[in-house]
Write a protein that binds this ligand. Sequence first.
Ligand code: IPM
Ligand code: MG
Length: 356
Amino acid sequence: MTYHIAVVAGDGIGPEITQSAQQMLEQVGRTYGHSFVFDQVLAGGAALDALGMPLPEDSLKRCKQADSVLLGAVGGPKWDALPGHLRPERALLAIRKELGLFANLRPAKLYPELKEASPLRADIADAGFDMVIVRELTGGMYFGPSGRKDSPDGQQAYDTEIYSVKEIERIARVAFELAQGRGKRLCSIDKANVLESSRLWRETVHGLASEYPDVMLSDMLVDNAAMQLVGNPAQFDVIVTSNLFGDILSDEASKLTGSIGLLPSASLGEDKRGMYEPIHGSAPDIAGKGLANPIATILSVAMMLRLSFGLKQEADAVEGAVQRVLESGARTADIALGGPSVSCAQMTDLVLAELG
Ligand code: IPM
Ligand code: MG
């Protein structure tokens, strides 16, 4: 089979980590007899510099035409002063929205080998955790009406959290089905003690529960969830939550695994195509220094193989290779705890060697 992949390398460490991911796919292709064709697409700060806009029409078109999108990261201090509609992040939000990628899957698990790198207390880390955060990705505060207006107290700015039953139901179904295939526990996270949008969220999720009798559904307020994540992460199996809460909680969960450089993600819509990206950002402070951890992006490739292309064996092979390299003791700087570390390219080579 031939798979066409749009590669949005983006900014900062984006080009380094997407390079690692493409090498991984090429290796998978050689071993298992597939061909991956890459289309390099300009977006984010890179597109702003070249063409004066974060997501040129042609870039969006090529993402839409591809079998899947691989994205590194967008953004950086260079473009921070630009107005909202011209920021590099706008490209990412527009691709998500335009491709209808409403379901963002962010798995976070603690590798026993990385317990020391986790900020969790030893007894909590010993209990381990393995969860998937299902983040709604095309609605909520990120896409509600926003703006500025004058007031007697000076300028006012507003962003609006809006969710419809349809949006909540479709993301909840993704989460229920995922839970069915895992530990059969689903925790819906909201702020229903204050927000009307959260009350509709909660009602709607509960309205579906009878269709998934094998899944144990619970609710948690987001402030408590932030606390429970560090106090007892083992309790979570699948979490479903809004765009904004999912953004925040997934960064928190990633830190518990040892480093934000470890967490992959898949963004999915109604069909099999998706966008795959690490959950971390462009890390401009370490860009070009070979210090980036490629694992989050390599694991995103595994998710692409599994979820978009149905290549289970290949996905298992990539994940197994990462696991064995971590077992062997190789560490990039972010998880080396000040000890000896390997570069982004060296880590990539180690995983490639295991995969071969
Ligand atoms: C993420 C990132 C993005 C988001 C930014 C870069 C717009 O933080 O994917 O978690 O907020 O969704
Ligand atoms: Mg984020």
